[in-house]
Design a protein around this ligand. Structure first.
Ligand SMILES: C[S@@+](CC[C@H](N)C(=O)[O-])C[C@H]1O[C@@H](n2cnc3c(N)ncnc32)[C@H](O)[C@@H]1O
Length: 317
């Protein structure tokens, strides 16, 4: 039976204590010892325990996979999560890996019994050796320390826009992926479910030109990024300004700033675009102080150095 939500202690320490209590109960016979699995070649082996059914249903809803997408479970246990995804979304494919060969066999059999084995496969593999490049949804429910180690692999391999789901059951929500904070926390059920969206890499120098009213404007920008959080500054002519509104969700970037530009005066800039490696493509809406509005295409390119730093001079206008 689940503890009432208001009394629950979601701290990682409480999570570890609760899981160890469950394991101790297992050793006493309430859970089969085989569930604990072999000690893995890693600092923080995580034993098996199935995600609660309501948590699984909410994960499927939160990830909202589209037809053709690939759902992955790192530490797939009995396979409950991927089987639920495949039942709810006939157009998706899924695979899971688990360090425990017996659980891989159980999950494979469960997928066959559920009639989804053509689309859902399970492999006996360490999560650190799984290939995440094609994954659209990555699920894991492991000890927080192990999850945090997998963060490096996810950020290096998974494509921008991939969703990462973690069940907060026993492990809570605090610092699960360190300073990479969840984009969404669903607290509607017994346990919180967290979702992250893998951010595109935008840190660095960018440059672009805009053609406005027959005038060519050259922008040089610097973006600073920590996970999905972006700050920055742009320059046009001899004016520089910090961004006031930025948002990065997967490969979708929004940048906003007010900057004085030749012929237009103080102008609000709102850029929206998609990051494609070393390019960002989209549009910018310009709104001038006297009410003029213009929308023009935006194509930014990453540059190895930046004209943002070139001398300003003393003739300020
Ligand atoms: C808490 S269970 C979660 C099972 C399933 N994902 C769910 O939520 O119902 C954790 C699972 O991860 C597996 N596991 C632990 N470390 C692993 C690793 N390094 N690579 C792959 N699987 C691992 C365990 O054997 C166990 O089945």
């Amino acid at each position: 039976m689940s503890a009432p939500r208001r009394e629950a202690d979601w701290s990682p320490a409480a999570g570890r204590r609760a899981l160890l209590r469950a394991l101790a109960a297992g050793a006493a016979g309430a859970l089969p010892l085989a569930w604990i699995g072999p000690a893995a070649a890693q600092e923080y082996p995580t034993p098996f325990g199935p995600s609660a059914a309501d948590a699984v249903a909410r994960m499927v809803k939160l990830a909202a996979p589209r037809a053709g997408e690939l759902v992955v479970d790192l530490g797939s246990g009995r396979g409950d999560i991927l089987i639920a995804f495949a039942r709810a979304h006939p157009g998706i494919r899924a695979w899971g890996v688990d360090i425990n060969a017996d659980l891989v066999r159980q999950a494979t059999q469960a997928a066959q019994e559920a009639g989804v084995a053509e689309r859902v496969q399970f492999f006996h593999r360490n999560a650190f050796d799984a290939d995440l490049r094609e994954a659209d949804v990555i699920n894991m429910w492991l000890f927080a320390n192990l999850t945090r180690l997998l963060r490096a692999k996810i950020l290096a391999e998974a494509r921008p826009g991939a969703r990462v789901l973690i069940n907060g059951q026993l492990i809570g929500t605090e610092g699960i992926l360190g300073n990479w904070r969840p984009d969404v926390i669903d607290r509607e059920g017994t346990y919180p479910i967290m979702m992250w969206v893998v951010p595109a890499r935008v840190d660095g120098y960018w440059s672009w030109e805009l053609a406005v009213n027959g005038t060519k404007l050259v922008y040089d920008a610097i973006l600073y990024q920590q996970f999905q959080n972006v700050e920055g500054t742009a320059r046009v002519g001899n004016r520089r300004e910090s961004f006031i509104d930025t948002r990065l969700r997967g490969d979708e970037l929004t940048l906003g700033f007010d900057l004085t530009v030749p012929d237009l005066g103080r102008t609000r800039h709102v850029y929206t675009g998609r990051v494609r490696g070393d390019a960002i493509q989209g549009t910018v809406r310009l709104s001038t102080g006297d009410g003029r509005k213009v929308e023009v295409p935006w194509l930014a390119r990453r540059t190895p150095s930046s004209d943002w730093f070139r001398p300003t001079g003393v003739e300020l206008k």
